[in-house]
Each structure stands twice: as structure tokens, then as C-alpha cells.
Write a protein that binds this ligand. Structure first.
Ligand code: GTP
Ligand code: MG
Length: 200
């Protein structure tokens, strides 16, 4: 399940512009600034495969990255960027929802949740929307290096509270993984998890 090579393929403004080969893919979704692009770089063990920024709203298009010439990681624009004008938010939902509902090669969505803050309604809404549309998700908790106390490898209150809220909506709690793009926590676990889903 190791990564030998990650190459950027293309940016697409619409779902129908995405690559048309049949390779399986994983979409990386989450609030602006949650660490989507950083996660791709951590998986690739490279700094600038995907562009990151301290300012939310960096990623604006659907970006396909080809891994080991055999499957895709897809970097998506973040949602919930409070400063974006309403029109920009609408754009997000129509084009990204179009992608989710029409992408037959989508294996699962990695839904990124910031472990350094309490549960956010918008993340729960997003998980529920994906669930209602039968799109499989894996919860990827990011920024675990910023969790308070302990060795920062065990779930803290934020993670436990988020999972408790998820349990109220999901009959089966989705798979979940704790990660940090700074320390590399969860990298191998996530790669193994994706290889299992691909071969399922
Ligand atoms: P958009 O493209 O705007 O939606 O954001 P994004 O989700 O792609 O976030 P990005 O990867 O650009 O990271 C946002 C900020 O969070 C950057 O300053 C990163 O350095 C920081 N960051 C990302 N992952 C981690 C992490 O695991 N730990 C810590 N401490 N910071 C992180
Ligand atoms: Mg990004």
C-alpha cells in the first residue's frame, strides 16, 4: 500500500471535465483550511504536490492526482469558508455535489475533520448529506498534533464528541483515522485503509 509516485493530472471546473479513465478514486473533502491539500502532500511525502495556504479558500477546482499510475486522490475546494460571498458558496455546492452524485469511479470520500476544534454543525451536515446519498465515507481527523494533552495519539474530547454526534445519525459508524500532516500520524494506516477499499 505504499506510495511510489504522485503526479498532478488536471484541474477541472466541472464534474464532466474530470478524467474519464476508469481508475478508482478517493475524494478529499472538508472545511476550508482543515488540511486537505496538506494531507495529500503528507501521503506523497512531498511539500508542494498540492498547494496549501494559511488562508482558507486556496483550492478552488477539482484537482486529480494520480498515484502509482493506478488510482486517484482528488483535492476539492473546502466548504464553509465564512468570508466567501454567498454566490461563491452556491458555486461550491452545485459543482461539488454534481461531482459526488455522478462520479462512478468514486470509491469513498475521505471526510476531513479538524481534531483541534469542537464538532462543527457544517461537518455533521456534510456527513449526513453524503450518508443520505449513499456515498461511503471515512472520517479522517486532521491536526491531531494540536490536540491538548496526552501523547496526541489517543482520541480527545473533540473526536469523542464528534463520534457521539455521528452515532445519532449513522446506523454503522464510518471508519475513522487520526492523522497529522506535521508528524505523519495515521499516514500508513490511511494508505492501508485505502488499499483495502480499492481491492474490495
Ligand atoms: P482549502 O484549500 O482552503 O480548502 O484548505 P485545505 O483544507 O486544503 O488546507 P491546507 O492543506 O491548505 O492547510 C491549511 C493550514 O493548516 C495550513 O497552514 C497548514 O499548514 C495547516 N495544517 C494542515 N494540516 C495540518 C496538521 O496536520 N497539523 C497542523 N498543525 N497544521 C496543519
Ligand atoms: Mg486546499
Amino acid at each position: 500500500s505504499q506510495i511510489k509516485e504522485v503526479e498532478f493530472v488536471k484541474s477541472s471546473a466541472r464534474a464532466k471535465d474530470c478524467p474519464r479513465d476508469e481508475r478508482p478514486e478517493f475524494a478529499i473533502l472538508g472545511r476550508s483550511n482543515v488540511g486537505k491539500s496538506s494531507l495529500i502532500n503528507a501521503l506523497a511525502r512531498k511539500k508542494e504536490v498540492a498547494l496549501t495556504s494559511k488562508k482558507p479558500g486556496k483550492t478552488q477546482l477539482i484537482n486529480h492526482f494520480l498515484v502509482n499510475k493506478s488510482w486517484y486522490l482528488v483535492d476539492l475546494p473546502g466548504y464553509g469558508f465564512a468570508k466567501a460571498p454567498d454566490s461563491a458558496r452556491m458555486d461550491w455546492s452545485s459543482f461539488t455535489k454534481g461531482y459526488f452524485l455522478n462520479r462512478e469511479t468514486l470509491v469513498a470520500v475521505l471526510l476531513l475533520i479538524d481534531a483541534s476544534i469542537p464538532p462543527q454543525k457544517i461537518d455533521l451536515d456534510c456527513a449526513n448529506w453524503l450518508g443520505r446519498n449513499n456515498i461511503p465515507i471515512t472520517l479522517v481527523f486532521t491536526k491531531c498534533d494540536k490536540m491538548k494533552g496526552g501523547k496526541r495519539t489517543r482520541p480527545d474530547e473533540n473526536i469523542k464528541n464528534f463520534q457521539e454526534l455521528m452515532r445519532q445519525n449513522y446506523r454503522e459508524h464510518p471508519a475513522w483515522i487520526m492523522t497529522s500532516s506535521v508528524t505523519g500520524l495515521g499516514r500508513d494506516e490511511l494508505l492501508l485503509h485505502m488499499s483495502q477499499l480499492r481491492n474490495y
